[in-house]
Design a protein around this ligand. Structure first.
Ligand code: C2G
Length: 711
């Protein structure tokens, strides 16, 4: 019986070369063998080479060459034209199905023209799931059958080819989003019931790159809106059942409430799209508006009577209400409300510059050096610092705590903002405002857009990248410390504003102040002995070791007792934890040898006074190399860090200016024989220096200020 049911699986593959192997593998593993797979791609030669013999030698897998710029709907139409099966099944080339999905569909379809099975969302990287045997009972959908078009998609329906041909079903090949509706609505209109089998599972991969490789749902709202209007208007031209109409109307109204209302904050968006919106809203069946709330109905009335002015006022008023509702819930919310509604409407102050380093945790990094240069060379500016501790700093500027009301006041009014990390998501970049992002290190670990998975608490890859991209869109200037970073930043931050290829202002002192007098004065400030050499231990943080969001754990693997026993006569050690690490160190018994300098503001000054650096995957070594002093890499968790957490841009084994040391024994041996290590790594160090330090000439702050602040 099953023999007669050949299934044509239609799989458009454009731009999914990275994922398709798992898709094909899941087809290959099916317990049901009577199928063909139509794989559509613009370069089938390359695709075949990429997927390998297993599929190219199996004649059920058919590779069909298409134009490169056709949309998924059009590719599926081409697939349907070529399909030879009794049934059609759409499988996207970044998704996969469990082993018995086709079999269950084929066994249960009976004489029904269409059957549907279960969808599950899965994260990038998840593998095949084991499905527990279930009851295998069919559920029947009749009036509610339209609700089976989850996410507006034709996926995981097994559809009789005869039915498709008889109805002349096509996808709308002109749109990216919602194209399945032109296929699905007439199909479901033509059947009384749709059986549903919950054991046959289709896994939808949650895409992790909404900026460069968005899934259809991740496309910009403007585009999805236009697509929805096109499809909605086309479908509404023909007579429809009330249920189908209500399903379509709901789709439109939900999209309006979820996405358009947010966009309508901006009056110019209303001006641009009001007419298109009105054209579709006017087609809504009155039955779909029953039992809707007043706010929505008022909006709809204004749209239907074509009153743009009233609609704008309503929209502004609703946003004000929403802001107030959101704002009054918390102290921070109230401040943000005042920020958005009051401070942001006051004029920008042209002479005001706001500085921030590591979220107000320190007076440090490039913002500090840009500030100090401006203090000296650019009088006439009002300079404000974000500092969470009460501390006195040169120039005695106004200081504000991050997230205080004054902080919001200044981020609203400052003409210039200088920061080395991201601003809060609530920061609204104003017209005329200039945002100089200094960033805080040459990247070794993969950054933002280049990250595959995100292992930090409280977020996921999609949200992380979206938020990050919203932030980088606000940057007018970004400092690159070297050509290597410039290239990576452009890509990983999606950055195409002004790249300041100047080197790092924070490294100016490594050139200008590398002398005994300054070194002695810093040591005195820290209360360090003068007669001992200094080792600086400055590791980075681990994405997956934390107490809570933003507070990370660090377990010291360095054997301090042994270090003192072996090297205490000659050296002292400074322990410098990353600024997100919240663990406190207990150095009892190690007084006079180990010093916790994690709270010291400026790590650049610590570089100056150290004779040797021990680090791991922290960007500190790129800066430290300016001093041409020895660097050791204590990388006891290299595999985990590299493969599971982040991935690196450079080859740690061959490109670093010092040795990788996996345990305390190896580390101690290197410290013992440091002169030999230096000699062994001389050539690599020179190459490293040329590649990463050649822009740092002691004048970076000056160059940055000259470009960003008119003389
Ligand atoms: N830092 C420090 N002490 C440490 C580690 C880091 O003061 N023990 C400071 C240094 O200025 C360093 C910066 O924080 O350059 C960034 O630290 P990384 O360890 O490199 O980690 P991260 O904050 O994740 O930034 O492009 C750079 C990356 O974004 C890395």
């Amino acid at each position: 019986m099953l023999k007669n049911k050949m299934i044509s699986i239609i799989t458009p593959a454009e731009k999914n070369e990275n994922f398709i192997n798992e898709t094909l593998e899941s087809i290959h593993r099916q317990t049901y063998a009577d199928y063909e797979v139509l794989i559509l791609h613009s370069d089938t030669g390359a695709l075949k080479r990429a997927v390998g013999d297993k599929y190219t030698e199996d004649e059920r897998f058919k590779f069909i060459e298409t134009d490169h710029d056709i949309k998924v709907g059009e590719a599926r139409n081409i697939g349907m034209d070529m399909a030879q099966g009794d049934y059609i099944y759409f499988l996207d080339s970044d998704d996969y199905i469990s082993e018995n999905t086709l079999q269950l569909l084929a066994e249960n379809v009976g004489d029904y023209p269409v059957i549907r099975a279960k969808m599950k969302r899965t994260d990038f990287g998840s593998s095949f799931a084991i499905i527990m045997p279930g009851t295998n009972k069919l559920k029947m959908f009749s009036l509610r059958k339209y609700n089976l078009i989850r996410n507006h998609s034709a996926l995981n329906f097994l559809i009789s080819k005869a039915q498709v041909e008889q109805l002349g079903l096509r996808f709308d090949g002109t749109v990216e989003g919602f194209s399945d509706l032109t296929f699905m609505i007439p199909l479901l209109e033509s059947v009384e019931v749709v059986p549903y089998v919950s054991e046959a599972i289709y896994f939808r991969r949650r895409r992790n790159d909404p900026i460069n490789h968005p899934s259809l749902r991740q496309l910009p709202v403007e585009q999805r809106m236009q697509d929805l209007f096109t499809v909605y208007n086309t479908l509404k031209e023909k007579p429809l059942s009330l249920e189908a109409e209500m399903f379509l109307d709901n789709t439109l109204l939900n999209f309006y409430r979820k996405h358009l209302v947010v966009k309508f904050k901006d009056d110019s968006f209303i001006d641009e799209y009001f007419d298109d919106l009105a054209a579709s809203i006017n087609k809504i069946n009155p039955a779909s508006l029953e039992n809707r709330d007043r706010i929505l109905l008022n909006d709809i009335r204004a749209i239907r009577t074509n009153k743009v002015g009233i609609f704008k006022r309503l929209s502004n008023f609703h946003h004000l209400l929403r802001d107030i509702q959101k704002g009054i819930r918390s102290k921070k919310g109230r401040k943000e409300l005042i920020y958005k509604r009051i401070f942001n409407r006051m004029a920008l102050m042209d002479d005001l510059v706001m500085f921030e380093s590591f979220q107000g945790k320190a007076y440090s990094d490039s913002p500090k050096y840009i500030y100090e240069y401006m203090l000296k060379k650019r009088p006439g500016h009002k300079l404000v610092w974000v500092l969470n501790k009460n501390q006195k700093i040169p120039g005695d500027p106004k200081t504000v705590k991050r997230f205080s009301l004054k902080y919001y006041y200044y981020i609203a009014r400052a003409k210039h903002i200088v920061s080395n990390v991201r601003m809060p998501n609530s920061y609204i970049k104003r017209n005329g405002q200039k945002y100089l992002q200094t960033w805080h290190g040459t990247p070794l670990k993969r950054l933002a857009g280049d990250m595959e998975a995100v292992h930090m608490p409280g977020t996921n890859a999609v949200r992380y990248k979206r938020n990050f991209n919203n932030e980088t869109d606000k940057w007018d200037y970004l400092i690159a410390p070297n050509p290597y970073s410039s290239e990576i930043f452009k890509r990983a931050f999606w950055f195409n504003n002004t790249m300041l290829e100047t080197g790092y202002p924070r490294n100016d002192i490594l050139t200008n102040d590398n002398n005994p007098v300054i070194i002695r004065s810093i040591k005195e400030k820290l209360g360090l002995p003068r007669d001992k050499k200094v080792i600086l231990y400055a590791p980075t943080w681990r994405d997956d070791e934390y107490y809570k969001v933003g507070k990370y754990r660090f377990t010291l693997q360095l054997d301090l007792e042994r270090l003192r026993a072996q090297f205490g006569e000659e050296y002292i050690i400074l322990l410098r934890m990353h600024y997100v690490v919240a663990s406190k160190m207990d150095l009892t018994g190690l007084e006079g040898f180990a010093y916790d300098v994690s709270g010291y503001d400026d790590v650049s000054e610590l570089y100056l006074i150290s004779d040797m650096l021990i680090t791991d995957y922290s960007s500190v070594f790129f800066d430290y190399a300016n001093l041409k002093r020895p660097i050791l890499f204590f990388t006891y968790d290299l595999e985990k860090y590299k493969d599971q957490l982040r991935g690196f841009y450079i080859d740690m084994e061959t490109e670093l200016p010092g040795p990788l040391l996996r345990d305390n024994d190896a580390l101690f041996e290197a410290v013992e024989n440091i002169d030999q290590v230096v000699a062994d790594y001389e050539e690599r160090y020179d190459a490293f220096y040329d590649r990463f330090c050649s822009w740092d000439d002691g004048r970076a702050a000056e160059k940055v200020v000259d470009i960003v602040f008119d003389k």
